[in-house]
Design a protein around this ligand. Structure first.
Ligand code: GRF
Length: 203
């Protein structure tokens, strides 16, 4: 299964996928990594000899146009086209993907979110869970639809919130579960053990 991974920051989830894909038995290969900015995590892809591209929203007049250019960059690497469309993995992309982009790849488009959706959607999930006094939160891997963090849930793992947790401490605890969850979810999709068509048609 060919993967296009999208990031905006440190890329520890990307790194987990790269490490998994280094095993020849892993059923997926990362063919490109994209970002909306000069994300530090791009260095992991470069070190692995994987093409990267940066498509900056500020370079375009609309989110839709940004999405079209981002989609084209992904399609240039063979993702989203032909009989084997591969999979787009948003792993820490801090942007809402526009509807046209989603339609280009759906349902072969997943996201990882640091909360137990539908709880705490949006860009500040960890901070929001803390502010709400939640004693438990977690991580969700879901299919991306045209809403914000609203697509069908594929996998979730709960993570405890501990007294005195800072946002960073809680986020790190979440990431410790998130990275293997994302790898396992990609593996299950690649092996046909998790159907994105079924997930989207069920919703
Ligand atoms: C992840 O927790 C992801 O769920 C959230 O941003 C974080 C990115 O972390 N949207 P990293 O860049 O993969 O380390």
């Amino acid at each position: 299964l060919k993967l296009a991974v999208l990031i905006s920051g440190g890329g520890s989830n990307l790194k987990a996928l790269l490490d998994a894909a280094a095993d020849p038995d892993f059923p997926a290969q990362i063919v490109c990594v994209g970002s909306d900015t000069e994300a530090p995590g791009l260095a992991y892809a470069t070190a692995a000899g994987i093409p990267t591209f940066v498509v900056r929203p500020s370079d375009y007049d609309s989110r839709e146009e940004w999405g079209q250019v981002l989609a084209a960059a992904i399609q240039e690497h063979g993702i989203g086209t032909g009989p084997h469309p591969g999979l787009v993995v948003s792993a820490g992309l801090m942007r809402i993907l526009p509807a046209g982009f989603v339609r280009s790849f759906s349902p072969d488009l997943i996201n990882t979110h640091p909360a137990l959706l539908p709880a705490f959607p949006g860009a500040h999930a960890v901070r929001d869970a803390l502010a709400a006094g939640a004693t438990e939160t977690g991580v969700t891997v879901h299919v991306i639809d045209e809403g914000v963090d609203t697509g069908p849930v594929l996998r979730q793992v709960a993570v405890p919130v501990l007294p005195g947790d800072t946002e960073d401490a809680l986020h790190e605890r979440i990431k410790r579960e998130e990275r293997p969850l994302l790898v396992q979810t990609v593996r299950d999709i690649a092996r046909g053990e998790l159907s994105l068509d079924a997930a989207t048609s069920r919703s």
